[in-house]
Design a protein around this ligand. Structure first.
Ligand code: NAP
Length: 316
C-alpha cells in the first residue's frame, strides 16, 4: 500500500510494480501533491525545457500505471500498525490489510490565508511557497518574503542572489531563526528587513502580483511595497497526523526514519518524501526516497517470505 500521489508515492509505485509487489496507491485529496500548485518545474532532471507541475505529475501517474499500479481515489483516514498485518482505512469506512505500507503523504506549506494571497496563488500569478522552485522567474525583480524562521532566512538569501531587492516581513521585533541564518540576511545588502510588520493584502492587477500592502503593528503605518513576487515561508505542516499513535515523529510532526533508509520504528512501514524531510523538500529528493522505500519494502518482504523473490529488474 502506498499512501500519497506526489513524486515520492509515484516513484515508489513505479519501483514496486516493476518488482511484482502489486502496489495499491491511494491518491489522497490532492492527486499529484504539492507540485500541482507549481507552475513551471525547471529543476527536475530530464525535462530540459521545463514542464508544468500538473503535467509532470500526470506523467508520473501514467508511468506507474504502465507497470500495473492499482491507483485509487480515496483519502486514508486511519491506520492501525499494532499488528503484523497493517490496517488502513480509506474514507473512514473501507478497511484494507497490507503486508507493507509506504507513507508518501508529503507536507503542506502554510499560507497566511488572505483572500488576495490565495487568489494569486491559485492563478499562478506571483505567490509562491518555494523560493528554490520559483525564484528564478523573478530574476532582477523586486520580491517580498514573509517569515522570520530559518526557512525564510534561507529563502531570502537564495532570492537575494537572483532578485534586485528582497523585502523580508517579520511579524515580531525579532527573528525566530538561528543567529547564523539571521546574520546571513542582515549582512546581505539587497535584503531589507521590516520588523513588527503584518501583511494586509497582496496587491495585483487581476493577473499578476504588483505589490504588497503591509502594516507596522506598533505605529499602525500602512505601506505599499512594489513587488512582482510574494513568497511565503512561515513553515510547513507534514501530513502525518493519522500516524502519530504508531510512528515516532519529531516535535514538528515529521516522521523519524532510520538514517540512510526509509524504515520507520514499525517493521514493514516505510516513509518517503516530505513527510520525513523538512530540509530538502524537492521533487527530486522525494522521488529518490520513494525509490528507497520501494526497495526497502521489497527486501522486507523477501526476508519475511522466502517465496517472495527480490526481482533483479528492480536494480536495473
Ligand atoms: P519556523 O521555525 O516555524 O518559523 C516560522 C516563521 O514564520 C516564524 O518566524 C513565525 O513567526 C513566522 N510566522 C508563522 N506564522 C506567521 C504568520 N501568519 N504571519 C507572519 N509570520 C508567521 O518554520 P521554518 O522556518 O520553516 O523552519 C522549520 C524547521 O526547519 C525549524 O526547526 C528550522 O530550524 C528548520 N530549518 C533549518 C534550516 C537550516 O538550518 N538551514 C533551514 C530551514 C529550516 P514567529 O516567530 O512570530 O512565530
Amino acid at each position: 500500500m502506498i499512501i500519497g500521489s506526489g513524486p515520492a508515492g509515484y516513484t515508489a509505485a513505479i519501483y514496486a510494480s516493476r518488482a511484482n509487489m502489486s502496489p495499491v496507491l491511494y491518491q489522497g485529496t490532492q492527486p499529484g501533491g504539492q507540485l500541482t500548485t507549481t507552475n513551471e518545474v525547471e529543476n527536475y532532471p530530464g525535462y530540459k525545457d521545463g514542464v508544468t507541475g500538473p503535467e509532470m505529475m500526470i506523467e508520473f501517474q501514467e508511468q506507474a500505471k504502465r507497470f500495473g499500479t492499482d491507483i485509487r481515489d480515496g483519502w486514508v483516514t486511519k491506520v492501525d500498525f499494532s499488528g503484523e498485518i497493517h490496517k488502513v482505512w480509506v474514507n473512514e469506512t473501507k478497511e484494507i490489510h497490507c503486508d507493507t505500507v509506504i507513507i508518501a503523504t508529503g507536507a503542506s506549506a502554510k499560507y497566511l490565508g488572505l483572500p488576495s494571497e490565495q487568489k494569486y496563488l491559485q492563478m499562478g500569478g506571483g505567490v509562491s511557497a518555494c523560493a528554490v522552485c520559483d525564484g528564478f522567474f523573478y530574476r532582477n525583480q523586486e520580491v517580498v518574503i514573509v517569515g522570520g524562521g530559518d526557512s525564510a532566512c534561507e529563502e531570502a538569501h537564495y532570492l537575494s542572489k537572483l532578485c534586485k531587492k528582497v523585502t523580508m516581513l517579520v511579524r515580531r521585533d525579532e527573528f525566530r531563526a538561528s543567529k547564523i541564518m539571521q546574520a546571513r540576511v542582515k549582512n546581505t545588502k539587497n535584503i531589507e528587513i521590516m520588523y513588527n510588520t503584518l501583511t494586509e493584502e497582496v496587491l495585483g492587477d487581476g493577473q499578476v502580483v504588483t505589490g504588497v500592502k503591509v502594516k507596522n503593528k506598533i505605529s499602525g503605518k500602512v505601506t505599499e511595497i512594489p513587488a512582482t513576487g510574494f513568497f511565503v515561508a512561515i513553515g510547513h505542516k507534514p501530513n502525518t497526523d493519522i500516524f502519530k499513535d504508531f510512528l515516532e515523529l519529531d516535535e514538528t510532526g515529521y516522521i523519524i526514519n532510520v538514517p540512510g533508509t526509509s524504515k520507520t520504528n514499525i517493521e514493514g512501514v516505510f516513509v518517503s518524501g516530505d513527510a520525513a524531510d523538512h530540509v530538502y523538500r524537492q521533487a527530486v529528493t522525494a522521488a529518490g526516497t520513494g525509490c528507497m522505500a520501494a526497495l526497502d519494502a521489497e527486501r522486507y518482504l523477501a526476508a519475511k517470505d522466502a517465496n517472495f523473490e527480490v526481482s533483479t529488474s528492480t536494480y536495473n
